[in-house]
Design a protein around this ligand. Structure first.
Ligand code: ATP
Length: 314
């Protein structure tokens, strides 16, 4: 059986080296939070599958080739002949400022439905990972995400939900109304500190929100804090993890890498400290190089960042 199944929208991300209005070259990359998590786990040797819908054209084929090349099982991905690939433009506006522009409304990925996920879920996996992005894509995708989370939880699969709020897709109030019930099916909830009240009462403090989630059956709440690392809450209390000291050049994908590291540690049977250590290690790999997932480690590279000096040659 599979170690991890995830589903969502894989996007073609077009990266510019300068302002989009000035023209110039765009480079295509595979993007999407769930695809990033799948690649993070596959690189570490876990049996990982991605499900969803991709366009039945060259761009859809590009996405599948990228996933396959990283060792992600895509046998359950459905090709959609009617709808285009979702696009995302990453505009390097200045050296320090990158802007995101989406062209994903009505895309193949956003038309994901329950029937697309049924075979993948039926095959079984130890972990099901989903994000709060999928329910923001369409009514069908919202229904599919709720169905998958509920079905997997009932089958005893560990369900992991990353809140992953996308302000360009929906409001905080709309997100809260959908994600709060969804979190009730999850064992692991991952959020940035400013996203935690999207799975609980608006404006409540962290302790109250965490207590509410634990009371509803969530066993681990992970709060990501960027360069400050992360906090984990379980029934045993709170545990902090420092970030690894690296030079951050591109923070996109750090959260997905963190989640992949945590779930990898879970699959390997590590204790909470070990899972957090792997989570912050993958987060550090993500920020220390360019690309959303390109710099994630293989298993034999996990300790690469541990004891090195700037400029080291290995
Ligand atoms: P994104 O949405 O850009 O993927 P996020 O907001 O979901 O990011 P962050 O909290 O920024 O997630 O980062 C996730 C993890 O990555 C952090 O918990 C930390 O372990 C690691 N990380 C992030 N920034 C840095 C940094 N500057 N140096 C080292 N590690 C970092």
């Amino acid at each position: 059986g599979l170690d991890l199944l995830t589903f969502g929208e894989a996007l073609v991300s077009l990266r510019s080296t300068g302002p989009l209005t000035a023209g110039g070259a765009l480079t295509p990359h595979l993007a999407g939070a769930e695809a990033n998590v799948a690649i993070g786990l596959a690189r570490l040797g876990h049996r990982t599958a991605f499900a969803g819908r991709v366009s039945d054209d060259e761009l859809g084929t590009f996405l599948l080739r990228q996933l396959r090349a990283e060792g992600v099982d895509v046998r359950h991905v459905v090709r959609d002949a009617e709808r285009p690939a979702g696009l995302m433009f990453l505009e390097r506006r200045t050296a320090d400022l990158t802007r995101v522009l989406y062209q994903r409304a009505g895309s193949a990925g956003s038309a994901l439905g329950v029937d697309d996920l049924r075979p993948a879920l039926g095959a079984g996996a130890r972990v099901l990972h989903l994000t709060g992005i999928t329910p923001a894509l369409s009514g069908r995708a919202r229904e599919a995400a709720a169905w998958a989370a509920e079905t997997a939880a009932r089958a005893g699969t560990l369900v992991c939900l990353d809140v992953n709020h996308r302000a360009k897709l929906w409001s905080r109030d709309d997100a809260r109304a959908v994600l709060t019930p969804l979190a009730g099916h999850a064992s692991v909830v991952v959020a940035s500190s400013d996203e935690l009240d999207l799975v609980g009462a608006p404006g409540a403090d962290e302790e109250t929100l965490v207590a509410g989630l634990l009371a509803r059956g969530v066993s681990t709440v992970l709060v990501k804090l960027g360069g400050d690392g992360a906090r984990a809450y379980t029934a045993d209390g709170r545990r902090d993890a420092a970030a690894l000291p690296v030079t951050a050049v591109d923070t996109v994908g750090a959260g997905d890498a963190f989640t992949a590291g945590y779930l990898s540690g879970h699959l390997d049977g590590l204790d909470l400290a070990g899972r957090l250590r792997r989570a912050v290690t993958l987060g550090a790999f993500a920020v220390a190089g360019h690309g959303d997932w390109e710099t994630l480690p293989r298993r034999d590279e996990l300790s690469l960042l541990d004891s090195r000096q700037p400029g080291d040659t290995l």
